[in-house]
Ligand binder design. Structure first.
Ligand code: FPP
Length: 258
């Protein structure tokens, strides 16, 4: 037995297009590579930062949509360990945007029962931004709905190096034996410790690659790509991605039961 969720967008344009998703095989953990902000802006003759600003609006709508169908975990890629290579003005703008987000969205998150969590090497961010992140996380810590993870200064390889060091340290201090090391131990040394693996990875902007995002956690993720740039990604498309995911045959290396 399964029930269909009909997502009804608040956006009039989207109302005609309603995609139904089943509630018995929802992805527990969705990851999104929010790509294409710059291209969205360029196409409209706007500065890149206009695309990033619009990206905040798109994220707000997707978070609401995820809440409406009871998704448990959503992890979004906001700034990679490689994004420091961008011009300083863009990096500074993005850092300011994260601060702004932490001021502007917390009430809405509390209204929607969203628990906020940042992942990545946060100690390399400014002290002020780190303080705002801790504050934002604390203000939403009691919420029990969607767990929203925002990856900032995140790199999948960087995360694995951190986990290897963490486990090696335990061997060095004789807390564990070499043979005690298993997948669970590595998993619990990642930023995503005690969170489920990724079921569905969505990437906007037309590129079909993983870009150092959640390398370990995506081992059996289903991938879904769209040409749409992130600022134009709508809840309707989000629902379509989930509906497509629900049609996939996930065998995890095994065989079909039938
Ligand atoms: C990729 O587009 C996007 C980013 C590097 C920044 C992501 C940030 C947001 C979506 C803003 C909202 C997020 C938060 C948490 C406030 P790009 O700049 O690489 O675009 P391009 O590939 O077209 O150049």
């Amino acid at each position: 037995m399964w029930k269909k969720f009909f997502y009804k967008s608040e956006n009039k344009q989207d109302q005609a297009e309603m995609t139904s998703v089943r509630d018995d095989i929802l992805p527990a953990h969705i990851a999104i590579i929010m790509d294409g902000n710059g291209r969205w802006a360029k196409k409209r003759g706007l500065p890149r930062k206009a695309g990033h600003k619009k990206g905040v609006d798109a994220l707000r709508e997707i978070v609401k949509a995820a809440c409406s169908i009871n998704i448990e975990f959503l992890t979004v890629y906001a700034f990679s360990t490689e994004n420091w290579k961008r011009p300083t003005t863009e990096v500074n703008f993005l850092m300011k945007l994260f601060s702004y987000y932490l001021h502007s969205e917390i009430d809405e998150m509390n209204k929607n029962n969203v628990r906020l969590n940042f992942i990545g090497c946060l100690t390399e961010l400014s002290g002020e931004l780190q303080r705002q992140i801790r504050q934002g996380e604390a203000k939403t810590a009691a919420n029990t709905g969607l767990n929203l993870n925002i990856a900032v200064n995140y790199g999948g390889r960087d995360e694995l190096v951190m986990a290897v060091k963490d486990v090696a340290q335990k061997v060095l201090t004789k807390e564990i034996e070499l043979d005690d090391i298993d997948e669970k131990m590595v998993d619990n040394s990642l930023y995503t410790a005690h969170k489920p693996p990724i079921d569905l990875l969505i990437r906007t902007g037309g590129d079909m690659r993983i870009s150092n995002f959640l390398l370990w956690q995506c081992a059996y993720a289903e991938f879904w790509f769209t040409e749409k740039n992130w600022p134009e990604f709508t809840p309707e498309q989000f629902m379509r991605a989930i509906a497509d995911y629900q049609k996939r045959d996930r065998r995890f290396g095994g065989l079909d039961n039938e």
